[in-house]
Design a protein around this ligand. Sequence first.
Ligand code: ADP
Length: 488
Amino acid sequence: MYIVMITPECAPVAKVGGLGDVVQGLSREMGTRGNAVEVILPKYDCMRYDRIWNLHRTYRDLWVPYHDQGVHCDVYFGFVDGLKCFFIDTHSSHHFFNRGTFYGHNDDPERFAFFSRAALEFMLKANKHPEVIHCHDWQTALAPVLLFDLYKPMGMSHPRVCYTLHNLKHQGVTGEQTLRQVGLNPAHYMTQERLQDNFNHRAINLMKGGIVYSNFVTTVSPRYAEEIKYSDLGYGLQRTLHVHGVKFGGVLNGVDYNVWNPEIDPHISCQYTIETLHDKYKNKETLRNRLWMHQGFKPMIAVISRLDHQKGVGLIRHGIFYALEKGCQFVLLGSSSDPATNNDFLELKHHLNDNPDCHLEIGYDEELAHLIYAGADMIVVPSAFEPCGLTQMIAMKYGTVPIVRGVGGLADTVFDADYASKSYHERNGYVFHDFDNEGLESAMKRAIGLWHDYPQFFRELMANGMRCDYSWNHPGRHYLNIYNYIKE
Ligand code: ADP
């Protein structure tokens, strides 16, 4: 099958969070299964160019209709870890993708609406006729709308669209001018059945358009699929998901075990397996040395996360102090797109600077993340909500025990050591429910207690996590079924 991903992110070149990992992992899995996969991305100035092989201009002078004129683009091609990627480079005074950051600009809806149109224009001009186009999140939600209303009449009648919702909190709610700019007549779309926002009837909702116009809609875990349909985690799209319920379902994300795997990870100091689990501790030593932390007999608790309300920043903060009070070490790797939150954590870092049991790294560091997954004993994920969450699944692969709040994909993947209705060998972490300090403490206390008092049982929990198969194998099969279903 010929599959094209239209996406704002693809790890490792353009990654803000899990979306980037998912596009990379799913694309590679589809390729391994014998499909032809291509990825179309914006050519951001802030990408990891060192991770693109043989980048060169492959298509010159692509004129993309915008307003009443056209924007001049070129398309570049390169391999990213073996994946075929096309990068749309725009030459315009808007500097759409030359802003130094991926997101966070007032005109984000316009930037990505333009990208969606440019991706389709490129496919049309370059004569690409994939069987399936897979779009991701609000940024590319206009692609199915443009495909079925503008490009189909121009001859692109072939492709079917699968659309994945990675996070309902961000829907791309914007003014109708965004549609007009990319050549769509707003009057046609300003209805409840189409793109009109369910809260603000004067706004359009790009994500809603993606749901309405795609042939199949997925989200990133079965639990989250239920949550967004039946609770206010749908942020207003509950009714739309009900109306389109027959073409909607949750598929748990996978983890790319070619990238996240302690047996082959080049970024860690000592590779290990379940059989050589004692070698994990060499990574703990390396991590401590690298971060100037004390070497001693203490459990190491980690957080690797965007610092956002969704991720439970208040609880993360509390968790740091609780862990230190209980005689543990704590490492945090995180950053926020909100400067005030970054500053709060920088102040906290300053406050804890002299503590040899604690290190806060405020920023984004892919390589350090690998070493933390390998070196830590436990990872904390106290999310307010979590569509899927990759950090708990990656951590388990590294034998790092997750302590999570039982929501969304966290509830689908972590099973409590004491209370899960699963057999012992399927229990792999600690789960709490109340979104408050006491809730978090209740789970951390049990985890720390087991580490100290029953190390043998703690090691079993680590091994249970390592044995879980959260690779792309199962989700890859699900997605292939979906692609085949919509193709027919
Ligand atoms: P989300 O997509 O909501 O941010 P996920 O758990 O789905 O959360 O995915 C997070 C991904 O981003 C993981 O691969 C994690 O290792 C990575 N990550 C998060 N914060 C950082 C950081 N500061 N530095 C490096 N990697 C990070």
